[in-house]
Design a protein around this ligand. Structure first.
Ligand SMILES: Nc1ncnc2c1ncn2[C@@H]1O[C@H](COP(=O)(O)OP(=O)(O)OP(=O)(O)O)[C@@H](O)[C@H]1O
Ligand SMILES: [Mg+2]
Length: 260
């Protein structure tokens, strides 16, 4: 099967108008997002991971390179985004948040509400349809954010550290849930995390970025059966390998900045 999306030599220079400063965030990224894969992305802080996701989502223009989409859909229709901060509308209930996209696109009420009911079951939020975001736990809000993204029927779901602000126990539960939802929906998941153990638990492949300007240092395959456990021997070996590789990058960038 052809990849669902091709990232070709994407570079990005951010210009800060106020100071005239330029930051090269991405130094040429090329990767294919395969149909139905779970792709994890890790790398040192500031290496351009979020920048890449924004470009793939069509929210920012790259300085160079192209995003090629299979079929005729544009990238904004193809992708859906889930952020670390719950970007929910506080004045809308769970159900109203989930139907937001379809409503904006003019999908008839009965149709969009029937779909929202299915999504509420998928993300296990039955009974909370009429709550407002502030009446939910952090983990539940991320379930809503995921359902809201899925309501637009994207082929590629983009996640930017979605579990980073949750407690360890909730994070663990949602990691398992994410894998289940990924398996049930058969979408392509592209998932940024700073937690290497999470990348290994979730990813079919783990893309490791260099320090800024971000390039791909290595793509590590995780050919392990699911459910995975971070105490498993192969998982632990991979974790050690990735930690070492990322440490090289962090040290290199500290040296470049004269901090060591
Ligand atoms: N809107 C913006 N305007 C100017 N510079 C930006 C903007 N967004 C990001 N940058 C800069 O681009 C670089 C990469 O940032 P980005 O947020 O993509 O990194 P990241 O890998 O997601 O980091 P983290 O792991 O800390 O989230 C940083 O130096 C950052 O300051
Ligand atoms: Mg980021």
């Amino acid at each position: 099967m052809p990849p669902v999306l091709r990232v070709r030599d994407i570079s990005k220079v951010w210009r800060i108008e106020r100071t005239g400063e330029e930051v090269m965030a991405l130094g040429g990224i090329s990767i294919d997002f395969e149909q139905g894969e779970f792709l994890a992305i890790v790398g040192p802080s500031g290496c351009g991971k979020s920048t890449l996701l924004q470009i793939v989502a069509g929210l920012e223009e790259p300085t160079g390179g192209t995003i090629e989409v299979t079929g005729s859909q544009d990238t904004q229709k193809l992708t859906g985004m889930v952020f670390q901060e719950y970007a929910l509308f506080p004045w809308r209930t769970v159900l109203e948040n989930i139907v937001f996209g379809p409503e904006a696109r003019g999908v008839p009420r009965t149709q969009r509400e029937a779909q929202a009911q299915m999504l509420i079951d998928l993300v296990h939020l039955r009974g909370f349809e009429h709550r407002y975001p502030h009446e939910l736990s952090g983990g539940m809000r991320q379930r809503v954010a995921l359902a809201r993204a899925l309501a637009n029927d994207p082929r590629v779901l983009l996640f930017d550290e979605p579990l980073a602000s949750l407690d360890a126990q909730t994070r663990k539960v949602l990691q398992t849930e994410l894998v289940r939802i990924w398996q049930e929906t058969k979408r392509t998941f592209v998932y940024i995390t700073h937690a290497l153990d999470e990348a290994i638990l979730l990813g079919d492949r783990v893309v490791l970025f260099t320090a800024r300007p971000g390039r791909i240092k290595e793509i590590v395959l995780v050919p392990l059966p699911r459910p995975r456990s971070i105490t498993g021997r192969r998982e632990a070996e991979l974790l050690e390998y990735l930690s070492e590789r990322i440490r090289e990058e962090v040290e290199r960038s500290l040296k470049a900045e004269g901090l060591t």
